[in-house]
Design a protein. Structure first.
Length: 276
C-alpha cells in the first residue's frame, strides 16, 4: 500500500483502541435529494455519528432490504449518478470532522472503472470504500487500485465463511472488518443470536487485529447497546433511511435515531438474550 491519505489515517485513528464503539451513519448519495442529503449527513455528525458511510445508488441492491432499496430507487429516479457520490463525499468530508467511507456494489464500480473510482474517491476526501458483494478471490484489481490511491478497503465477512475464507478476507482488508449481526438483508428487525455474534467476532479477532464493525440487524438503540461489547463500531442505515422516506419532516426522526444510537453505544448494556 502506498501512504494512506489523511482521511484514511483519520479512520484508523478513530477506530483504534476505543473504549466504546464508534457510530457510523449510512445514507445513499442523492437521497432524499442531493442538497438535502448533504445537510442530513452534516446533521448526523452534529448529533453523534463518528463516521459516515455514503452509498452508491444501485438498481439491484441484492444485500439490502426494502428501505435502502427504496432510497436507492428514489435517488436514481432523481438523477443521482457517480458524480453525485463524489460530490457528496467531498462536501461531507470538507464540512465535518469525521471520516467518510463509500459503500458500493461491484457493478457500478466496474462500469466506472476501479482505478478511476479509487482515484476520484481519494481526491474527494474519502477514507476508503467497502464493496460487500465482491468476493475477495475476485477483488485483486479493486484492492490494488484502492491501495495505490491510499484508501482503506474494509471487507464484508459473511457469517458462514469458512476458516480459509476468513483468512483471505482479513488479509485483504484494511480499515475494518464488517461483521453482520444477522445473516439477512439490511433492515432486519428480528431477534439477534448473541452467542453467535460473540463466537463470530471472536473468530474474526483470531485472524486480524483490525477493528470489527457491526451492522445489519442492529435495528434499535437497545440492540446497539447489547452488541457494543463485541465490536469497535456500529453502522446504522435502515433506521435512518426509514423516516426520511416519509418526506422532509423525516429529518427530525432520523436525527433522533442517531442521537439515541450514539447514547446507547456510550452506555452499553451487559450481554443478555434479546427478544423482538
Amino acid at each position: 500500500m502506498t501512504t494512506l491519505t489523511p482521511a484514511a489515517n483519520g479512520l484508523t485513528a478513530l477506530l483504534a483502541h476505543r473504549q466504546r464503539p464508534a457510530l457510523g451513519a449510512f445514507l445513499p448519495a442523492g437521497f432524499p435529494n442531493w442538497t438535502a442529503g448533504i445537510e442530513t449527513l452534516r446533521a448526523f455528525t452534529r448529533h453523534g455519528a463518528g463516521f459516515l458511510e455514503v452509498g452508491v445508488p444501485h438498481h439491484t441492491p441484492s444485500l439490502d432490504g426494502p428501505d435502502i432499496a427504496a432510497a436507492y430507487a428514489q435517488a436514481l429516479g432523481q438523477g443521482a449518478r457517480m458524480a453525485h457520490v463524489f460530490s457528496t463525499i467531498r462536501l461531507a468530508a470538507s464540512s465535518t470532522a469525521v471520516p467518510v467511507v463509500a459503500m458500493s456494489y461491484w457493478a457500478p464500480v466496474l462500469d466506472f472503472g476501479p482505478t478511476r473510482f479509487a482515484q476520484d474517491l481519494a481526491q474527494a476526501g474519502a477514507a476508503g470504500a467497502m464493496i460487500p458483494d465482491l468476493p475477495v478471490a475476485e477483488a485483486g484489481e479493486w484492492i490494488d487500485a484502492a491501495r495505490q490511491a491510499g484508501l482503506h478497503t474494509p471487507q464484508f465477512a459473511p457469517r458462514g465463511a469458512s476458516d480459509d475464507q476468513l483468512a483471505a478476507i482479513t488479509a485483504a482488508a484494511s480499515g475494518w472488518i464488517y461483521a453482520p449481526a444477522a445473516s439477512a438483508p439490511t433492515g432486519y428487525q428480528g431477534d439477534l443470536d448473541l452467542p453467535a455474534i460473540d463466537a463470530f467476532t471472536t473468530r474474526l479477532r483470531s485472524y486480524t487485529s483490525l477493528p470489527v464493525v457491526g451492522g445489519i440487524g442492529i435495528s434499535t438503540p437497545q440492540r446497539a447497546a447489547i452488541v457494543a461489547p463485541y465490536v469497535d463500531g456500529v453502522v446504522i442505515g435502515s433506521p435512518l433511511v426509514r423516516p426520511l422516506l416519509e418526506g422532509p419532516a423525516g429529518l427530525d426522526g432520523a436525527v433522533e435515531q442517531v442521537r439515541a444510537f450514539a447514547h446507547a453505544l456510550h452506555t452499553p448494556a451487559r450481554p443478555h438474550p434479546l427478544s423482538a
